[in-house]
Design a protein around this ligand. Structure first.
Ligand code: NDP
Ligand code: HSE
Length: 434
């Protein structure tokens, strides 16, 4: 009988938005977790900062001493505190003590993933982290395992629910930035410090994890170019709409191959205009979606809830069952795969496309002056649209692909032209043929 087997002891570090749901589900469905694991799964302790805030957790399980819980008898440690310290030290101590680890902590993995993988490997235990990217969506296991026989060329994702919630509301209802951020906070999507969401830090950590798995290369948070959404205004949303596009905060991880065949990895997070018929354009609210392009599999789309207590707990519990099952059968999950070690490509040399909206004087020669600036920087123009407005005109230019530094330099020079009153909007364009 499974119930008679030696239980798998689980210690939880953190019991907030996600941890509360993990505890609830473990308490509600013990028989199912036992059947799936091959042994009863027993929570032996829950570390928090303020025990009085957790009336739903049995009192005898609560402790403020996370380090003692890690040193104790648990077989698996589930870390749901977030941030770098004390999470890093606690997880290293757990792994070194031969305990498997489940974590949802993208910031920690993006900064110290290699150290954690090495400790797991050296001690023959597991580190699972499905919830760290795109919440409930089974994404990392497919990248790590199902696609291990393929060659991934590009991963493009909406991986931050909070910023997608804000951009979607700005696009569909014209709602303001602050009010939608407050609502995202209330719904439990936003990080403790929401600047991590709106300034792109959260998505950059996730991009580092995705790029590492997709390209079998160590990519850290510092390798990811990052821009957030706090500078996006109604004018940018409107500019996109007028071209039948929408604005999304994208995490883009791609294999870039130079003419001489040299490969590198570009990982970046920034807002971008995408066509309204692109599969990612319809991803609204706090939903996440990740679009994977692989050599043999072709295009794959992963879609679902990327944040929130219960959805994230689903991914954490999937990992917990996997780690616990490995304890039962003395098995081991996948190790880090970083054999390719491709160099990181700087944003300056990453090929991108720009949409530039200008407010210019409506007089002869302005268009040729602007066009000459593009030419000077070897940037080719794909679309030009001009509309007169009395003495002034609005000029929209969409470029072909060029090095990002060349595009930036072009915009800077255009802004200095005497015929240009204002650079009204500049945004990268993704998801269409260059
Ligand atoms: P919360 O802020 O809601 O919860 C954090 C928990 O950690 C709280 O229970 C807090 O205790 C506890 N805690 C903080 N510091 C310590 C400490 N030093 N020792 C012991 N306990 C401590 O975080 P979330 O549940 O939202 O997130 C947890 C992790 O999951 C993070 O890594 C996050 O990035 C990730 N994640 C979150 C998602 C979400 O939608 N919320 C989605 C995907 C991933 P107390 O309650 O007493 O204050
Ligand atoms: N704050 C994150 C988001 C939670 O908004 O997507 C999920 O990682």
């Amino acid at each position: 009988m499974i119930e008679d087997r030696e239980p798998i002891r689980v210690a939880l570090l953190g019991c907030g938005t996600v941890g509360t749901e993990v505890v609830r589900l473990l308490q509600e469905h013990p028989t199912e977790y036992a059947a799936r694991t091959g042994a009863p799964v027993r929570v032996t302790g829950v570390a928090v900062r303020r025990p009085h805030k957790h009336p739903d957790v049995p009192e005898q399980l609560l402790t403020t001493d996370a380090a003692a819980l890690v040193e104790g008898s648990a077989d698996v440690i589930v870390e749901l505190i977030g941030g770098i310290e004390p999470a890093r030290s606690l997880l290293l101590a757990a792994l070194r003590a031969g305990k498997s680890v489940v974590t949802a902590n993208k910031a920690l993995l993006a900064e110290h993933g290699s150290e954690l993988y090495a400790a797991a490997d050296a001690n023959g235990v597991d580190i699972y982290f499905e919830a760290a990217v795109a919440g409930a969506i089974p994404l990392l296991r497919p990248l790590r395992e199902s696609l291990a026989g393929d060659r991934i060329n590009r991963v493009t994702g909406i991986v931050n629910g909070t910023s997608n919630y804000i951009l979607s509301a700005m696009d569909s209802t014209g709602a303001g930035y602050e009010e939608t951020l407050e609502e995202a906070n209330r719904l439990g999507y936003a990080e403790a410090d929401p600047t991590a969401d709106v300034d792109g830090f959260d998505a950059a950590s996730k991009a580092a994890i995705l790029a590492s798995l997709a390209f079998h290369t160590r990519v850290g948070a510092g390798d990811v170019h990052r821009e957030g959404i706090s500078g996006i205004g109604a004018g940018d949303i409107e500019a996109a709409r007028s071209l039948n596009r929408t604005v999304k905060l994208l995490a883009i991880c791609e294999r870039v191959i130079d003419e001489d065949g040299t490969e590198s990895v570009s990982a970046r997070v920034h807002p971008a205009m995408i066509p309204r018929d692109h599969p990612l354009a319809g991803v609204g609210g706090a939903f996440n979606a990740v679009f994977v392009e692989a050599e043999s599999a072709g295009q794959l789309m992963f879609y679902g809830q990327g944040a929130g207590g219960a959805p994230t707990a689903s991914a954490v519990l999937g990992d917990l069952v996997a780690a616990a099952r490995n304890v039962v059968v003395s098995g081991k999950g996948p190790r880090e795969s970083a054999h390719a070690q491709l160099p990181a490509r700087a944003m300056d040399w990453t090929p991108t496309r720009y949409h530039i909206s200008l407010d210019v004087a409506d007089r002869p020669g302005v268009l040729s002056q602007v066009a000459a600036t593009f030419n000077e920087h070897d940037v080719s123009i794909s679309v030009v649209r001009q509309q007169g407005r009395g003495a002034d005109a609005s000029l929209v230019v969409v470029t072909h692909t060029a090095a990002d530094s060349a595009l930036r330099a072009t915009v800077e020079q255009i802004a200095r032209l005497s015929s240009v009153n204002e650079v009204a909007s500049v945004m990268r364009v993704e998801g269409e043929q260059s």
